[in-house]
Design a protein around this ligand. Structure first.
Ligand SMILES: C[S@@+](CC[C@H](N)C(=O)[O-])C[C@H]1O[C@@H](n2cnc3c(N)ncnc32)[C@H](O)[C@@H]1O
Length: 264
């Protein structure tokens, strides 16, 4: 199964049909939470396919926005999505930016994937000016991130031994408000954690299911590790638990968002 650094290296289009479907709405809420305002410079750490880079560019102008991600396909997708933004390959733990370069540093659905999250946070604080803002969010994997929580409920019901150790509510750090706040307090002041709830639309269950067998993300990596019979059983159980027959539907997803100030 893919490790955490490589499981998002596939095509950006697949990611955008998977969890990335929620990213534009989440990006808008993140910018509001971080109090992003015209005149600022901002960076998106772990930018993925560029949803938050695009939202920042709409608010600040692309020339005032940077992005960074270790995945070259994602960096290419972000550059194509937001020409004029400065998007580079790199990691949160060693940001390729100068001290105090930004007024706001945002990181959406990323800190739980970092090999050294405390170092990543220190780096985000380093590149942000004193009294600037660092904001980040993580899905409420064990609660109201409906798409992923229901997937793992179905997987563990069918395959307790194989799926239970992989359930993201247990494997992902910082997916509770307290844990996220504790991480933020290691590098930032005046920390506040709040809930962000967003929705995504699906044409039908197949629209939701299609990315999973490609191996994208931890849930996709688990699906791709199954044979055809087990995949079909998982698909049916997932659809049954969501209660979705054919036809369009929407799912809601909650993330916890931490916002803090860089010590001045
Ligand atoms: C769930 S995706 C989120 C992407 C994007 N921020 C969004 O909201 O759609 C996680 C992202 O973290 C990136 N990532 C993984 N390890 C990283 C690291 N050490 N530093 C920065 N980003 C990292 C992945 O390449 C991927 O783009």
């Amino acid at each position: 199964m893919a490790d955490r650094q490589t499981m998002f290296t596939g095509a950006a289009e697949v990611y955008d049909r998977f969890v990335g479907r929620y990213s534009p709405a989440l990006a808008a809420a993140m910018c509001d939470a971080a109090r992003v305002q015209p005149g600022q410079r901002a960076v998106d750490v772990g930018c993925g396919s560029g949803a938050l880079v695009a939202e920042l560019a709409a608010r600040l102008g692309a020339e005032n926005v940077a992005g960074v991600d270790p995945s070259e396909p994602f960096v290419a997708a972000s550059r194509a999505r937001v020409p004029g933004a400065r998007v580079v390959v790199g990691s949160a733990e060693s940001l390729p930016f100068a001290d105090n370069e930004f007024d706001a540093t945002l990181s959406q659905l990323v800190v739980n994937f970092l090999s050294d999250p405390q170092l990543g946070l220190r780096e985000m604080a380093r590149v942000t000016r004193g009294d600037g803002v660092v904001a980040g969010c993580v899905w409420d994997y064990g609660g109201e991130m409906t798409m992923l929580r229901t997937f793992w409920d179905a997987a563990t019901a069918l395959d307790p031994d194989g799926a239970a150790p992989l359930v993201e509510a247990h494997t992902m750090r910082f997916s509770t408000p307290d844990e996220l706040e504790t991480l933020w307090r290691t590098a930032l002041e005046d920390v506040q954690v709040s809930a962000i709830v967003v929705e995504a639309s699906y044409d039908g269950f197949d629209d939701l299911w299609a990315p999973f067998p490609t191996g994208v993300g931890p849930a996709g990596a688990y699906t791709a590790s199954l044979d055809d019979v087990a995949q079909a059983a998982l698909r049916d159980e997932y659809a049954r638990r969501l209660g979705r027959a054919d036809g369009p539907f929407r799912l809601s997803a909650r993330a916890w968002c931490a916002v803090g100030s860089v010590p001045g």
